[in-house]
Design a binder for this molecule. Sequence first.
Ligand code: 2P0
Length: 322
Amino acid sequence: MNKWVRAHTNIALIKYWGKENEDLIIPKNNSLSLTLDAFYTDTSVTFDDALTEDELILDGDKQDARTLSKVQRVLDEVRTLAGLESKARIESINHVPTAAGLASSASGLAALAGAASQAAGLDLSDQELSKLARIGSGSASRSIFGGFAEWIKGHDHDSSYAVPVDDAQWDIGMLFIIVNDAKKDVSSRDGMKRTVETSPFYDGWLNSLDADLSAMKQAVSDRDIEQVGQIAERNALKMHATTLGASPPFTYWTAESMKAMDAVRALRKLGYTAYFTMDAGPNVKIICRQSDLSALKQELSKTFGDEQLIAAKPGPGLHLLN
Ligand code: 2P0
């Protein structure tokens, strides 16, 4: 019987935005994230000689070839490592609150790396698992680890993987404001490629990253939530600024995102530690004290529906389920 493996999603505080090598998914810069408890994917893989093609069943529905392509990168690597030729059947369940619009490739591809290597009889180290998840989706490399993780960019397949930075067992949390669950116009993969190739602001982004990353690592080590929030917010704003300079230009922000960002600034005026970050979509995530999560949720429920607000705490790394 094959085992089920669980991986949690992560949100970057120092963003990954742009690839040095698109085929191997080697990033242009190191990134640093926090793995969260609220969103995760459970996956089980069976290699079966009777199958004529790989298949992916996500939340009970068989997925098309396009969705299968990221997954096949990981399966092919596992087959190579294990000397297997059989096709695989993947069953996956996304535990993401309905309508959250957060279906993340990070938890999905990390869980797949764990489940596929397990099913193939490989006993991989966390570093090997991180590399395996990375070739499916860059951000998945970080979801192998709980708490804070840094993806070291490296320069080839063997040198590009995430490492644990801090277990985040302190007063930090994240509150999600779900403003829109519609499918995005520009995927993160296409968006980062277009930005690298055409945005004159991209160099400015890259040049400022070392300073943000080292300041963030210091803030995490000091457990300084104010600094973590400030650095994350400015890093996210810079990443999003690069998309406005792309050709053709684009943004992941909507009017609702702006409203949510204003709401976070208003929380700060009330004296709360609250800073936002955003990814390749319109939802806004608030970095805050875990001990303030309930109060912030209550404050924001004056502006947003309860179903739009999801509280998260630091989550664990990849693990087997019983
Ligand atoms: C991140 N994002 O660091 C950044 C910030 C979105 C904005 O990683 O092409 O799905 O599969 O490597 O990991 C989303 O991109 O992209 C992402 P691929 P991925 O979390």
